[in-house]
Design a protein around this ligand. Structure first.
Ligand SMILES: *[C@@H]1O[C@H](CO)[C@@H](O)[C@H](O)[C@H]1NC(C)=O
Ligand SMILES: *[C@@H]1O[C@H](CO)[C@@H](O)[C@H](O)[C@H]1NC(C)=O
Ligand SMILES: *[C@@H]1O[C@H](CO)[C@@H](O)[C@H](O)[C@H]1NC(C)=O
Length: 157
């Protein structure tokens, strides 16, 4: 029994170390992102699934700004992030069709949120700032210096 408990807590520790963690807003632990009016509220740590990365979003709904941060499916995030960077005139050199093909998909599963004014993802601590604009500028700087990996969405060290 003791050995069993020891072993399962070891596995748990191991899993937690491997899994992604993202900033999350609001009280609802189960919600994907959780919108709030103050980005400073997006400071809760949430563990994501293996196929998820972090996503930060700013929405403008008729002049009211809300902020979201949390875990999001990786393929969706890759496409979304490339689209966001391309809309900032960054030459990502990455073809969305080839990303879809390598994931065995033909249709683009990602639709830009209508009211989003900033929407971007990261596979590491780059999203470690609840303000989407700051995250975007940080990623743009690394992308411009070819130090952003569009597959892993991580900084190339
Ligand atoms: C965010 O950055 C801080 C300071 O670098 C670090 O202590 C914290 O673990 C990071 N959080 C996540 C979720 O990466
Ligand atoms: C990155 O490069 C693009 C395209 O040249 C430019 O518009 C943008 O200002 C640059 N951004 C940063 C943060 O360096
Ligand atoms: C990005 O990461 C993938 C997976 O780790 C790796 O195969 C690829 O070479 C990396 N690309 C760059 C430009 O570093």
């Amino acid at each position: 029994m003791l050995i069993c408990t020891f072993f399962s807590s070891f596995l748990l520790l191991f899993k937690n170390t491997l899994s992604n963690q993202c900033y999350h807003c609001g009280d609802d632990e189960d919600s994907k992102q959780g919108a709030v009016y103050d980005p400073m509220l997006c400071r809760k740590i949430k563990s994501c699934a293996d196929d998820e990365v972090c996503r930060v979003t700013t929405l403008n709904t008729a002049g009211v700004f809300t902020y979201e941060s949390g875990c999001n499916q990786k393929l969706q995030c890759q496409i979304l992030t490339i689209a966001t960077l391309q809309s900032e005139n960054i030459d990502t050199g990455v073809d969305v069709a080839s990303i879809l093909a390598s994931a065995g998909k033909r249709d683009n599963p990602t639709r830009k949120r209508q009211q989003s004014i900033c929407d971007i993802c990261c596979g590491d601590g780059l999203c470690n700032d609840s303000d989407c604009e700051s995250v975007k500028i940080r990623i743009m700087q690394f992308a411009n210096a070819t130090r952003f990996n569009y597959t892993t969405l991580k900084l190339i060290r």
